[in-house]
Design a protein around this ligand. Structure first.
Ligand SMILES: [Zn+2]
Length: 414
């Protein structure tokens, strides 16, 4: 290679690396009508300054022109769904199948679901019980695939997972395989009545060993006795809890156990898409009858849960095929059905959920030093909670993935 050419390549490389350095050094300024910080505070007419992947400042009197002027938009922290099944999808025939397709199809459906979830303003997802979430999680983390941060349980434990010793070994293997959380089935599904399925000893082995390995636990439990057994076994988070009564709601509050009720998305989605599920596994008429009844039971349960003092409610949807991208409906239904205050519902979906993931020092709050996960919603969610379903701007870790005009914002006279 001639000397001149080497030199010009060197100059080009130097120039491009300088551009990267320069670009990283330049802050991005996002101005909005309101900034909800995720802990309950609102700053009106504010500018968020982002450097690299992190929030540098929240200014109210900055004079520098904004990079993005989002007008009437309110900015909230990137929303978090602590229970969504990114791998669930309808197949080519439009129907759900309990048998996976070929691996290429499966991972691409997961990538599609991850994308629509991110576009809906969810920048972090916990996805229980899907082995290929590991590759999905790692691809998104490399920054090449658009999607929320993914936390995965890889597999799940249930009453067929063996003796307490075998269960402890399985937990250790999960740790080795890179699981972020251990998913445990303490009860049957609501389609089968929700009774406790794992023994107390199995639950103690699962949650005790997870704790010893530094892994969090999330437990599928519907009936009061299965919730009680899980809490007493030292498990950290209860999922669903359709039949949770006052006693176990108080027990969870007293023990500081996170509760993840799913009242606004999953059953509604099943019923809306009944024809696509019916005939597969326990998706039979009796199962759908249970789910139909579950709507009213959930509505009564969430009112009691919201009213339980000190109960740590996180935001999870249990989103399955058909529900991805509708995650924020859960927040709206919390307010509608559960009488939760809109601000409390937002805090639940951001800083409280971040804390449940042990990520409260990095995500879920808009403050200097946190990851720049910022979501612009059209309207003021403190007075109109449905604004969280109208997402017009999405930034994750300092990168903009979505920026559209609010519906109805046509021209300068609007
Ligand atoms: Zn689930």
């Amino acid at each position: 290679m001639p000397r001149m050419r080497i030199k010009s390549i060197f100059v080009a490389v130097l120039a491009s690396s300088c551009t990267v350095l320069f670009a990283q050094d330049q802050p991005i300024r996002i101005h909005a009508a309101a900034v909800f910080d995720g802990t309950g505070k609102v700053v009106r007419n504010a500018t968020i300054v982002v450097r690299g992947s992190k929030i540098d400042a929240v200014e109210t009197n900055g004079s520098a022109p904004p990079t993005y002027d989002l007008g009437r938009t309110a900015i909230i922290p990137g929303m978090i769904d602590v229970h969504a099944h990114l791998g669930w999808h309808f197949g080519k025939d439009g129907r759900f199948s309990d048998r996976p397709g070929n691996p290429a199809e499966e991972i691409l459906y997961s990538a599609e679901n991850a994308y629509v979830t991110l576009m809906a303003g969810f920048t972090t997802i916990q996805s229980p019980g899907q082995a290929n979430d590991v590759e999905l999680r790692d691809a998104i983390a490399r920054g090449v695939l658009p999607g929320p941060r993914v936390l995965t349980s890889i597999r799940q434990l249930n009453e067929r997972s063996g003796s307490p010793d075998e269960i402890r070994e399985k937990v250790r293997q999960l740790k080795k395989d890179g699981a972020d959380v251990v998913k445990i089935f303490a009860s049957a599904s609501i389609r089968d009545g929700g009774k406790q399925t794992m023994t107390d000893e199995q639950l103690q082995a699962a949650c005790g060993e997870a704790k010893a390995q530094g892994l969090r636990t999330m437990v599928h439990a519907h009936s009061p006795e299965s919730i009680k057994a899980s809490v007493n076994a030292g498990c950290l988070q209860i999922e669903h809890g359709v039949f949770a009564d006052d006693e176990v709601l108080k027990l969870m509050a007293d023990k500081g156990v996170y509760f993840d009720p799913n009242i606004g998305v999953v059953l509604q989605n099943y019923l809306r898409n009944k024809a696509k599920f019916l005939g597969v596994g326990n998706y039979n008429e009796a199962g759908f009858a249970y789910m139909e009844k579950g709507l009213a039971i959930n509505a009564a349960m969430i009112k009691k849960a919201v009213a339980t003092p000190n109960l740590k409610l996180v935001l999870g949807t249990d989103a399955v095929a058909g529900a991805h991208g509708h995650n924020a409906d859960e927040i709206v239904e919390r307010v509608k059905q559960g009488n939760q205050k809109p601000m409390d519902a937002i805090v639940s979906a951001t800083s409280v959920s971040a804390k449940s993931l042990n990520l409260d020092k990095t995500i879920g709050t808009i403050a200097p030093g946190f990851e720049a996960d910022l979501v612009g919603v059209d309207g003021d969610p403190a007075t109109d909670i449905a604004a969280v379903t109208r997402v017009v701007f999405v930034m994750k870790a300092g990168r903009v993935y979505k920026h559209v005009a609010p519906a109805g914002a046509r021209g300068s006279n609007d």
